[in-house]
Design a protein around this ligand. Sequence first.
Ligand SMILES: *[C@@H]1O[C@H](CO)[C@@H](O)[C@H](O)[C@H]1NC(C)=O
Length: 395
Amino acid sequence: MANPKPHLLCLSFFSFLLLLHFPTVSLAQTFFVFGDGLYDAGNKQFISSNRVDASFPPYGVTVGEATGRWSDGRIVPDYLASFMGIPQIPPILGGTADFSHGANFAIADATVLGSPPETLTLSQQVIKFSENKNKWTTQARSEAIYLFYIGSDDYLNYAKNNPNPSDDQKEAFVDRVITSIEAELKVIYGSGGRKFAFQNLAPLGCLPSVKQANGNVQECVRLPSEMAALHNKKLLHLLVELSRQLNGFQYSFYDFFSSIQNRVIKSKTYTFETGIAACCGTGSVNGSSCSTNNVCANPEDYLFFDGKHLTQEGNLQAAHLIWGSDPEVIGPNNLRELLFLPLDTPFILADIQEAMAATRPRQIKIESLYDIKKMESEMDKQWLYQVGKASSFLI
Ligand SMILES: *[C@@H]1O[C@H](CO)[C@@H](O)[C@H](O)[C@H]1NC(C)=O
């Protein structure tokens, strides 16, 4: 029925010519992580004078080891590192680890504003990055991915202390958070950072801890979710603005808000038995006090592991969406595309094809973790789309 597509034939001819003429794109092998408990790979235990729950079972129960991660197993940055083909990124406060592929600055209870005890604000995390930046070459810092999940605790604390804010007050608070994030992004940009990836904020009123504290079971609590939605809107606006203002600034913006909303409302569609109650904890929706005495038998059936954090299965699904999904979920680039985008240089087709081919063996390893057959075929389609874009750019 359909003839072979002439532009594809002509494309392979172009690729052949290009392969002869251009050097290889070097792939980012460096990954920096900033944020709160969702991304904490163990930092909290090095700064806290009290017992840190995540350093003990049942945290880590699915992987047989409690490492300070707030989940039954792996967290989003762990999966993303493995998709990138690099080792797990160690927590910066751990001291002697191998930081050759980057560092994780995220820590439980982190906020953007204020100065809460025994944690690091975003600004303090960025100071740590600056203090340590000579661990990485200028080139590594420019090619690196900088990943963020921050602001939850700002809005949860705000909603607790201001139960009935006016619209103007909400706007003003979100603006303060966003202005502060902007300043930190500019510091990182000033150190050579170009590739920024954001997981936007979850509908915070759907967290089991928040529901339980408000006496809700089914319904999500309105104000914290509303603050998160406003934040997400302004954050995207900021990223668009920075990409206009700052030469070479590139970003990914992942709509985690919708991912969580879908999984809370239609849990079974997304393989979960429930997106309402947490696997571990006590109370109406297991929203608090997770311990070995009250952990569920099958964490993978739950979206939330404790009152505030996802199970490994929830994290895995989010990581897959960040890595490879389409612009309805993450835009303008998914992480895989962000990784391959050349820095300040024109889009060179052959280099990108070659680099994509180089990641195939890594993909195979990932398959053992999760059924990604369907996703792979989607990725292939996307790759065709990418080629289409590249060719129209070149011609
Ligand atoms: C709360 O956690 C327990 C494990 O302690 C689990 O058996 C129970 O199903 C959870 N509650 C709900 C509503 O899922």
